[in-house]
Design a protein around this ligand. Structure first.
Ligand SMILES: CC(C)(COP(=O)(O)OP(=O)(O)OC[C@H]1O[C@@H](n2cnc3c(N)ncnc32)[C@H](O)[C@@H]1OP(=O)(O)O)[C@@H](O)C(=O)NCCC(=O)NCCS
Length: 134
């Protein structure tokens, strides 16, 4: 059954401004270790793609935080919720640490979709709860 849904829209210009003000420190606050490596590589090749990568991750994590009903409150943290990618290009939510434990204890599984246009990035997350005794 569906446990929760979450959506978020993020202003890419605000992310760009935060990066200009705080540099890597801002990216390190939002991104997991694996995401940070991808972000570094993309930013080095094409800074604008780095900004958009960070904006879509920012919106996906906020959307996930709403879908699980916590918002950005423990055990939900930016870095424990990672947006990975399958070989097909489809994004997937990969959880870590106490957030992973919290979701596993409740049988929660997430699906995510992200998009971006010139000034905005947006995400939608559906969280399902697996049946205990199917
Ligand atoms: C959920 C959260 C990440 C959204 O932050 P935001 O980017 O500033 O705001 P957005 O416009 O994207 O989303 C706001 C909407 O999120 C929804 N929302 C708020 N808390 C939520 C929760 N725990 N679960 C799911 N959705 C939530 C609400 O519908 C809210 O809109 P509304 O106030 O008009 O009803 C943020 O509010 C948060 O972390 N909340 C938890 C911490 C908290 O409650 N702090 C205040 C303590 S009093």
């Amino acid at each position: 059954m569906i446990y929760g849904i979450g959506t978020d829209i993020c202003d890419v210009r605000r992310i760009r401004a935060s990066l200009e003000r705080h540099g890597d420190r801002f990216a390190l606050k939002v991104l997991s270790e694996a995401e940070f490596k991808t972000w570094k590589a993309r930013s080095a090749r094409w800074p604008e793609r780095g900004v958009r990568f960070l904006a879509t991750r920012f919106s996906a994590k906020e959307a996930f935080s709403k879908a699980i009903g916590l918002g950005m409150r423990m055990p939900m943290t930016w870095r424990l919720c990672e947006v990975g990618k399958l070989a097909s290009g489809k994004p997937v939510i990969v959880l870590h640490g106490v957030l992973k434990d919290w979701c596993e204890a409740r049988g929660l599984v997430a699906q995510v979709s992200v998009t971006d246009e010139t000034d905005y990035a947006a995400s939608f997350v559906v969280v399902e709860q697996k049946e205990k005794n199917p």
